[in-house]
Design a binder for this molecule. Sequence first.
Ligand code: 5GP
Length: 202
Amino acid sequence: MKKGKLFVFSGPSGTGKGTICRELLKNPDTWLSVSYTTRAPREGEEHGVHYFFVTREEYDRTVEENGFLEHAEIYGNCYGTPKKYALEHMAAGEDVILEIEMQGALQVKAAYPDAVLIFVLPPSLTELRNRIRLRGTETEEQIDLRMKTTLQEIELLEKYDYFLINDDLGEAIETARCIIRSEHCKTAGYAKSLIDRYKEEE
Ligand code: 5GP
C-alpha cells in the first residue's frame, strides 16, 4: 500500500497558504491536521474544525505525555500538532498536511527527516503589504512589524525543501500538487517493493 507522507506548509500571514492547503484537500487521500491552541477562538472559528481550543493545563499535559509532533509558543499563545491523528492518517496511506509556523516546521523535520517542508512566499513585500492592508485588520505599525518578521523568516528559507511563490493562486496550487506528486515518485523507500513487484510477475 502507498505510504502517506507529511507535507508542512509555512509562510508569512497573507501569502495564501491556507487557501492552497484547503485546495489540496480536494484530493480524498489528503488530510489536514487540526492543531491544539491555547488562544481564544476568533469569530466564526469552530472547535475541532479550525483548532482544538484547549486550556493551558491540557496543552501542558499533552507536552508532558509527548503527544505533539511539534509545538511552539507564538505571540504568547501555545500551538501544537497532535501526534496520534497525524500518524494514524499516514499509516492509513493518506498524505498529512500541516499548516504551521517555522519553529514547528523545523522540529518536524528534525524528528521526521522524510517530512517535506514547503515555504509559501508572496510575490513581493509590497504585494504582501497591500494584501494585508486590504484585509483592514491591522494598523500600519503592526504591518511594519509583520514585514520585519517576514524578512527574518525568509532568511531561513534554505531550511525548507521547496518554495512556492503565490503570485497566481491557480498556478501556486498546481505547483503544490506537482511537489506532492513528485515526492511520491521518489525511489527512496520504494525501490525494493517495486522491484519485487516486477519480479513476481515473471
Ligand atoms: P493563528 O493564531 O493566526 O491562527 O496562527 C498563528 C500562527 O500559528 C500561524 O503561523 C499558524 O500557521 C501557526 N500555527 C497554527 N497551528 C500550529 C501548530 O500546531 N504548530 C505550530 N508550530 N504553529 C501553528
